[in-house]
Ligand binder design. Structure first.
Ligand code: NAD
Length: 262
């Protein structure tokens, strides 16, 4: 399960599940590129990884909805660490305020949410897969972070839900198109304690009339194993990134504490 001599690019790597993923991958020996909008938190994480983990780390400021920035992110990885082996498409945005039921559909919310959650992973695969093939090893890995929203209804977040469902479908296509050189899998987290979740639980962010806190409380109560820690998801991502998962591709793996088993 070691990842020595592997380079991983993690989008949205400065916070929550992405930061936990960077920590776990680096603990197993991978060199990690932390790609995020948030330079302050990204730089702090790089310092921490360099001090405490086996692998090296480097930050690159990236807006995944901008193709030029994504191309520069992959070039940064190749310059810093000579290669790209693993891409973790983790960056995403959720907004109960901008999003909503389909009868409230708005173009600007669609552009924002699909730009980050779907075009971002598409751009990243477009630029990372050729870089993985350039290594000549035939062992590239894509791990896409979707959500249980791709598997079961999450009412009143219809754009977010659609982007996550599309990510699952995209992953299957990539798995078939680029086998055997590239494996591609999706993880679907349930309720995970991260800044994204905390923001959604604050009624100010979700709007005064929002039922978001109630919804989240209900989801936590209906999760047999309770709320997950970001590291719980990161360990599954690290497994998928490793040769222990050599026979797994095109899979959709809930990491949801049993939420979708009910
Ligand atoms: P988070 O908000 O803690 O972290 C997301 C990171 O993405 C932040 O550092 C943010 O700066 C970055 N980001 C946002 N827009 C970006 C952009 N355009 N370009 C680059 N980086 C950008 O969120 P999290 O809860 O850790 O979520 C990580 C992933 O897990 C997301 O794909 C999310 O949809 C998924 N997920 C989370 C939960 C949960 O309960 N927290 C549940 C299901 C799925």
């Amino acid at each position: 399960m070691r990842l020595d001599d592997r380079t991983a690019v993690v989008t949205g790597g400065a916070s929550g599940i992405g930061a936990a993923t960077c920590r776990v991958l680096a603990a197993r020996g991978a060199d990690v590129v932390v790609a995020d909008l948030d330079e302050g938190r990204g730089a702090e994480l790089v310092d921490e990884i360099e001090r405490e983990r086996d692998g090296a780390a480097s930050f690159v400021e990236t807006d995944v909805s901008d193709e030029d920035a994504v191309a520069a992110m992959i070039e940064h990885a190749e310059t810093a660490f000579d290669r790209v082996d693993v891409l973790v498409n983790n960056a995403a945005v959720a907004s109960r305020e901008a999003d909503g039921p389909i009868t409230d559909f708005a173009d600007d919310a669609y552009e924002f949410l699909t730009g980050v959650n779907l075009r971002g992973p598409m751009y990243a695969c477009k630029h990372a897969i050729p870089a993985m093939r350039d290594t000549g090893d035939g062992t590239g890995v894509v791990v896409n972070n979707a959500s249980i929203a791709a598997l079961v209804a999450e009412p009143e977040m219809d754009i977010y839900t659609a982007t996550k469902g599309a990510l699952v479908s995209l992953t299957r296509s990539i798995a078939v198109e680029y086998a055997p050189e590239i494996r591609a899998n999706t993880v679907c987290p349930g309720v995970v304690e991260t800044p994204m979740l905390e923001a959604a639980m604050e009624s100010g962010d979700a709007g005064e009339d929002s039922d978001a806190p109630d919804t989240l409380e209900r989801m936590i109560a209906e999760t047999p194993l309770g709320m997950a820690d970001p590291a719980d998801v990161a360990h599954v991502v690290a497994f998928l990134a490793s040769s222990d998962a050599a026979a797994i591709t095109g899979a959709t793996i809930p990491v949801d504490g049993g939420y979708t088993a009910r």
